[in-house]
Design a protein. Structure first.
Length: 396
């Protein structure tokens, strides 16, 4: 599909983001038509280019996973000439996005007030760890730190389990999606008012907001609701794997679980399991019965038995299993790109499906500084001026 037909066609984004939170946001903007100009440090680039040792160096899979549909400009913004390059880009831009620590964009000379003087329609979007004010505003934003500060890390199935880091970048991704939403809302608002505005999201707020049900229960009833400790739900080992079961949303789920597990009795008829309150109090007892039974047969066997009783369940898969699953293929969630440095690269597609304007790969993830000359020509620099910037080390 032509880029001009995509929903964000004509929107220009100056992208200072790096690592994961910000790039996950700007990649989706690019996926749906925005011209995303990625500003990187000469010689180094986005930190995700070097976050892991990899045979492809700066073009490793971590970087490639969140930087398609962008063009890279590597500019030394510490120099007056480099600052002028950025200001020229901003004059014609719609959005500027960053996820530096609070105050960094201001120190670079690219804070909201400064850029609004250059372009009153600019939408200045920032993702930080904790925000511009408050006792933690000086701290760097990082996924695991946000998990710890927000209460997410403390919450687990039971208190006898060790505290641990969530193995996927939960805070980064969630905050990146909130940053995306804020930018889209500001673009809609600008269509009405004609004015840009500032958009701020924080990892801390995003992690708190993810817990809105639990927080509201705590604030109003004084106790914690823990969805991982529901008495009729859990993860149970089988002879060849594990089953995740959710015993909820039914009139008498314990009766139906008893049937599915081929128990000698209907556990819901036991007086000690008669009410929801009693089930919560005796969760270890009922879960022990489930665990013993699940260990007697295979995952496939129990999934079928539970589904026959309309009990929500699933086999516990590895990521490898999920990537090879037929549903993943049907949903077209794995795409392949031909990268000039890394060769054939498989990654995940955008998860948002639009029937008339689907996303596509218009630009493979850029090599560092790949589009220096191309972008600067579009913004009024001639070849002689570009060569001078290269000679001075402003562009590399």
């Amino acid at each position: 599909m032509s880029a001009t037909a995509l929903p964000l066609a004509g929107v220009t984004v100056i992208d200072f983001t790096q690592v994961y939170m910000g790039p996950s946001c700007t990649q989706l903007l690019g996926d749906y038509g925005a011209d995303v100009i990625k500003v990187e440090r000469p010689g180094v680039g986005d930190l995700s280019r070097s976050s892991i040792p990899d045979r492809d160096g700066l073009d490793n899979p971590i970087f490639l996973s969140i930087n398609r549909n962008k063009r890279s400009v590597s500019v030394d913004t510490r120099t007056p000439e480099g600052k002028e390059v950025i200001l020229r880009l901003v004059r014609d831009a719609d959005v500027v996005v960053s996820n530096f620590r609070s105050g960094v964009m201001e120190r670079l000379g690219f804070g909201y007030e400064a850029l609004r003087e250059v372009n009153p329609r600019i939408i200045w979007a920032s993702g930080t760890g904790f925000g511009e004010e408050g006792p933690y505003s000086h701290k760097g934003g990082q996924d695991v730190i946000a998990q710890a500060y927000s209460g997410v890390m403390w919450r687990r199935e039971s208190e006898d389990l060790p505290l641990s880091v969530y193995p996927t970048t939960l805070a980064d991704y969630t905050t990146g999606m909130h940053l995306l939403q804020g930018i889209l809302l500001a673009l809609i608002s600008r269509n009405t008012t004609g004015e840009g505005q500032r958009v701020d999201v924080t990892m801390y707020d995003s992690m708190l907001h993810m817990q809105m049900q639990e927080a509201t229960m705590q604030l109003n009833r004084g106790y914690e609701i823990n969805w991982a400790s529901m008495p009729l739900s859990g993860v149970f080992e089988t002879t060849d794997g594990a089953v995740c079961m959710v015993g909820a949303f039914k009139e008498n789920p314990l009766r139906d679980i008893s049937r599915a597990l081929e128990l000698d009795e209907d556990l819901s008829q036991r007086p000690e399991f008669a009410t929801q309150e009693e089930l919560f109090q005796r969760r270890p007892q009922v879960q022990a019965i489930f665990r013993e039974r699940f260990r007697t047969n295979t995952t496939d066997y129990w999934v079928k038995a539970l589904e026959d009783q309309d009990i929500l369940c699933a086999p516990v898969r590895t990521l490898v299993d999920a990537l090879e699953d037929e549903q993943t293929l049907v949903n077209q969630m794995v795409l392949e790109m031909q990268h000039p440095a890394a060769g054939a690269v498989r990654t995940l597609a955008a998860p948002i499906r639009l029937s008339s304007t689907p996303f596509g790969v218009r630009h493979v993830p850029p090599r560092l500084g790949e589009h220096n000359a191309e972008v600067l020509r579009e913004h009024g620099y001639d070849d002689e001026a570009i060569a001078a910037l290269v000679e001075a080390g402003v562009l590399r």
